[in-house]
Design a protein around this ligand. Structure first.
Ligand SMILES: Cc1cc2nc3c(=O)[nH]c(=O)nc-3n(C[C@H](O)[C@H](O)[C@H](O)COP(=O)(O)OP(=O)(O)OC[C@H]3O[C@@H](n4cnc5c(N)ncnc54)[C@H](O)[C@@H]3O)c2cc1C
Ligand code: FES
Length: 391
């Protein structure tokens, strides 16, 4: 199991001992020993210079009204089974049982639905300012709204998402992963999956896109004040973690210890490689990097995220764990956190259930009575346990 693989290099790679990831040149020469590759960048000459800091206001894209829906016949409550070797890693062989779903004939409250104002599907025209090749299949786009006033006054909270549209291809949902203090552009990191994301990957600086944002809820970071926060990001799941982590680090005095465990399959799969060196060196962040299997030149942890998490053994007594990544990672990381005695209400994650409208109208994204697009995508593990087993 991966824990065993972590001996040797891994043990020597505690924060104090680990060597920082060298900062690659923007031009892209990968000079660092551990082969976290440098990103390639395409840029427009300059990002809009006139963006000013504006007073921030939490923008709610949704006006809600009361509503109720009769529950369809529910499935038998599910149990997330103890992992088998075939299913993946087995860091904490502990079954997670969901709360029973409502029985036949019961009614379940459904989230209030939005009352759209104007045309809620109308995207804001925007221009791609910069494209960064993060990994083989992830690109980051920095996008500027064409309306300078709309750009200046645009406000959002960490965890909120946007619908990014490409003409002739369609639109898809992505986390806005620049911190809200970044007022010059909106940043989206996109992993290629299908048609829309392939079209996004073909974009170049200067190309036009559409943006509907901000959508959804956000991380309840006000309620974490005075607590330690332990972030866990896996692969492209590092995108929302980056936003909230940078947001909290700007307010570090309000929080206890802030830690990050960021894992990817290989060094080449690590997005934001050009920032890792800074994150490792920051005195206000306890940053740990890991990859699944040993790789030449890698001097950080080796092992699957749940196993490395168990090894790091964070103190759950006054700590919130915030995680995002592929479903298999979430499943076993939650089990590891439960083994470490994190309470379900102190485990926070984001869901990636597929969305269409993003504003609670089409019914595409509901789980029982909750709409991922308006009630989420951020949920506590306690909230998720109370939902029907539809994920
Ligand atoms: C709240 C939220 C935030 C997201 N944030 C990001 C982000 O920051 N970066 C990013 O790269 N992606 C993110 N996604 C996923 C992204 O929306 C999808 O990958 C994208 O819509 C795929 O569109 P497509 O047309 O290229 O692929 P499609 O042709 O629609 O699908 C291609 C393949 O991807 C699968 N797929 C599509 N959408 C999803 C999804 N939501 N979850 C799981 N599998 C999916 C399909 O089942 C299919 O196998 C997010 C999704 C949600 C709901
Ligand atoms: S209701 Fe349409 S995506 Fe959520």
């Amino acid at each position: 199991m991966a824990t065993k693989k972590t001996s040797g290099k891994t043990k020597a790679a505690s924060k104090s001992a680990s060597k920082p990831v060298s900062k690659p040149a923007v031009t892209g020469a990968a000079s660092q020993k551990q082969a976290v590759p440098a990103p390639a960048r395409e840029t427009q000459p300059a990002l809009r210079p006139d963006a000013e800091l504006a007073t921030r206001e939490v923008h709610s894209p949704v006006i809600r009204e009361e509503g109720e829906l009769a529950l369809k016949e529910s499935a038998v409550p599910a149990t997330v089974e103890t992992p088998s070797a075939a299913a993946g890693p087995a860091p904490a062989a502990q079954a997670v049982t969901r709360a029973p779903a409502a029985g036949k004939g019961m009614r379940r409250e459904i989230s209030p639905r939005p009352k759209p104002q104007g045309n809620p599907y109308k995207p804001m025209p925007a221009t791609v300012a910069e494209v960064i090749q993060e990994t083989g299949n992830i690109k980051t786009l920095r996008v500027i709204l064409d309306d300078a006033e709309a750009m200046r006054s645009f406000s959002y909270e960490p965890g909120q998402v946007g619908q990014l549209s490409v003409f002739g291809a369609g639109e898809s949902t992505f986390v806005i992963n620049s911190p809200p203090s970044q007022k010059d552009y909106l940043q989206f990191s996109v992993m290629q999956a299908g048609e829309v994301t392939a079209a996004i990957h073909r974009l170049s600086p200067g190309d036009k896109v559409g943006v509907r944002a901000p959508l959804g809820n956000y991380f309840p970071y006000e309620s974490w004040k005075g607590k330690d926060v332990f972030f866990v990001g896996g692969g492209i799941g590092m995108a929302p973690i980056r936003t909230i982590m940078l947001h909290l680090l700007e307010r570090k005095a309000d929080y206890g210890k802030i830690s990050l465990l960021y894992g990817a399959r290989t060094p080449r799969d690590m997005a934001f490689s050009y920032e890792l060196d800074d994150w490792l060196r920051r005195p206000d962040l306890d940053c740990t990097l890991c990859i699944d299997a040993p790789s030449e030149g890698w001097e950080h942890k080796v092992g699957l995220i749940p196993n490395v998490l168990l090894e790091l053994n964070p103190d759950p007594s006054n700590c919130v764990a915030v995680l995002c990544g592929p479903p298999i990672m979430i499943k076993f990381t939650v089990q590891a956190l439960e083994k470490l005695h994190f309470a379900p209400e102190n485990i926070v994650t984001t869901l990636e259930k597929r969305m269409k409208c993003g504003i609670g109208i089409c019914g595409r994204c509901n789980i029982g009575g909750r709409y991922v697009c308006v009630d989420g995508p951020v949920f506590t593990w306690k909230e998720l346990q109370e939902l029907p087993p539809e994920l």
